[in-house]
Write a protein that binds this ligand. Structure first.
Ligand SMILES: NC(=O)c1ccc[n+]([C@@H]2O[C@H](COP(=O)([O-])OP(=O)(O)OC[C@H]3O[C@@H](n4cnc5c(N)ncnc54)[C@H](O)[C@@H]3O)[C@@H](O)[C@H]2O)c1
Length: 347
C-alpha cells in the first residue's frame, strides 16, 4: 500500500505539467544529476515541500536551508528511500554550502500573512529576507533557476532581479515567481462548479499573485464547460483571487496556505527540472520578465527549457470580462513592481 501511495504521488507530480512528453516517466537511472536547494525549508511550506521534492526522482541532491530547525527536517526526510541525498544547513554561515552547485533554488523563506498584519509589515520583513538570500545566490549559484514563493511575489521577483542585475548575474530566463497555487485553485474550483473531472482540467491564470492582480482565464479553460453562467464565472474568479484569504481566515492566526502551496511549489519545480533535462513542451504559468503587457513582469503561460524560460507565451483571446480584469489589475501590479525595485535600490 505504501508503494502504491508513493507511486500515485510521484505520478501526480509527473503528470501535472501540461505536456504530452511530460507524461512520459523518466526513471531515476536515466535522469541527470540535479541539485535542488530549498531556502526556508523548516517552515510551514518548506517542510511539506521538502517531502515532495524528496519524492521527485529528478532530484539527486536535496539541500535544505533555514535559519533554524533544518537538522531535524533533513534527518527526518533523509530516511525516505528515494533517490536524492539530503543535507540540512542551518544559519547564515552555511548558506553558501547549501547553495553551491544548485540547479534550482526554491525560496519559501519569510513570514506568512496573519490576520491584522498590514501588507507593508509583510513586505518589509520578506523583502529584506529575499534580498539577503538573492545576494547569496549571486555568489554561490548564479546560474540556478530561482523559484520565488515568498510573498508579495509581485514585489519579491522585481527585488531579486535588481539584486541579480547589480551583481551582473541577471538572466531573465532564470527567475520565476511561483503562481502555480493560483492555477491549482482555479482548476479545483472550476472542476467543482462545472462538474468535470479535475484531473483533465486546465485553466491559465495571468497577471500577478495578489488579489485582483490574479486573473484566471476561464474562457480558455479546458474542457470548456457550457453550463456556467456569467455570475458563476465572476464568483469563480473572485474565489480564485481570494483563495489565500480563505485559508488565512480558516487557519485563524496560524498562518497561510502551506500544504496546497507546497504541492504547487513541487509541481512548478518539477516542471523546471523537466525543462532543464530537455523534456519538450513543458508549459506552466509563472510571473516572469515579460513583454506581454507594458509592465516589466507579468504572469502568463511560459514554455520551460534547458535554460529556463524558453518562450513567454501570449495571453490568447480574452473575453470582455477578462479584458476589464486585465485593465483593472495593471495599475496595482505596476505599483507593486515599482515598490520592489525601489526597495532593492534603497541601500
Ligand atoms: N507564492 C505563493 O503562492 C504563496 C502561498 C502561500 C504562502 N506564501 C509565502 O511563503 C512564505 C513562507 O510561508 P510559510 O507559511 O512557510 O511561513 P513560515 O513562517 O511557516 O516559514 C518560513 C520559514 O522561513 C524561515 N526563514 C526566515 N528567515 C529566513 C532566512 N533569512 N533564510 C532562510 N529561512 C528563513 C523561517 O525560519 C521559517 O522556517 C511567506 O512569505 C508566505 O507569504 C506564498
Amino acid at each position: 500500500m505504501r508503494t502504491a501511495m508513493l507511486k500515485s504521488i510521484r505520478s501526480s507530480l509527473q503528470k501535472s505539467s501540461s505536456t504530452a512528453a511530460g507524461r512520459r516517466s523518466y526513471s531515476s537511472e536515466s535522469a541527470p544529476e540535479r541539485k535542488v536547494a530549498i531556502l526556508g525549508a523548516a517552515g510551514g511550506i518548506g517542510q511539506p515541500l521538502s517531502l515532495l521534492m524528496k519524492l521527485n526522482p529528478l532530484v539527486s541532491s536535496l539541500s535544505l536551508y533555514d535559519i533554524a530547525g533544518t537538522p531535524g527536517v533533513a534527518a527526518d526526510v533523509s530516511h525516505i528511500n528515494t533517490r536524492s541525498e539530503v543535507v540540512g544547513y542551518m544559519g547564515d554561515e552555511n548558506l553558501g554550502k547549501a547553495l553551491e552547485g544548485a540547479d534550482v533554488v526554491i525560496i519559501p523563506a519569510g513570514v506568512p500573512r496573519k490576520p491584522g498584519m498590514t501588507r507593508d509589515d509583510l513586505f518589509n520583513i520578506n523583502a529584506g529576507i529575499v534580498k539577503g538570500l538573492c545576494t547569496a545566490i549571486t555568489k554561490y549559484c548564479p546560474h540556478a533557476l530561482v523559484n520565488m514563493i515568498s510573498n508579495p511575489v509581485n514585489s519579491t521577483v522585481p527585488i531579486a532581479s535588481e539584486v541579480f542585475k547589480k551583481a551582473g548575474t541577471y538572466d531573465e530566463k532564470r527567475l520565476f515567481g511561483v503562481t502555480t497555487l493560483d492555477v491549482v485553485r482555479a482548476k479545483t474550483f472550476y472542476a467543482g462548479k462545472a462538474k468535470v473531472p479535475v484531473a483533465g482540467v486546465n485553466v491559465p491564470v495571468v497577471g500577478g499573485h495578489a488579489g485582483i492582480t490574479i486573473l484566471p482565464l476561464f474562457s480558455q479553460a479546458t474542457p470548456q464547460a457550457n453550463n456556467l453562467s456569467d455570475e458563476e464565472i465572476v464568483a469563480l474568479t473572485k474565489r480564485t483571487q481570494d483563495g489565500g484569504t480563505e485559508v488565512v481566515e480558516a487557519k485563524a492566526g496560524k498562518g497561510s496556505a502551506t500544504l496546497s502551496m507546497a504541492y504547487a511549489g513541487a509541481i512548478f519545480a518539477d516542471a523546471c527540472l523537466k525543462g532543464l533535462n530537455g523534456v519538450p513542451d513543458v508549459v506552466e504559468c509563472s510571473f516572469v520578465q515579460s513583454n506581454v503587457t507594458e509592465l516589466p513582469f507579468f504572469a502568463s503561460k511560459v514554455r520551460l527549457g534547458k535554460n529556463g524560460v524558453e518562450e513567454v507565451l501570449g495571453l490568447g483571446a480574452l473575453n470582455d470580462y477578462e479584458k476589464q480584469g486585465l485593465e483593472a489589475l495593471l495599475p496595482e501590479l505596476k505599483s507593486s513592481i515599482e515598490k520592489g525595485i525601489a526597495f532593492a535600490n534603497k541601500s
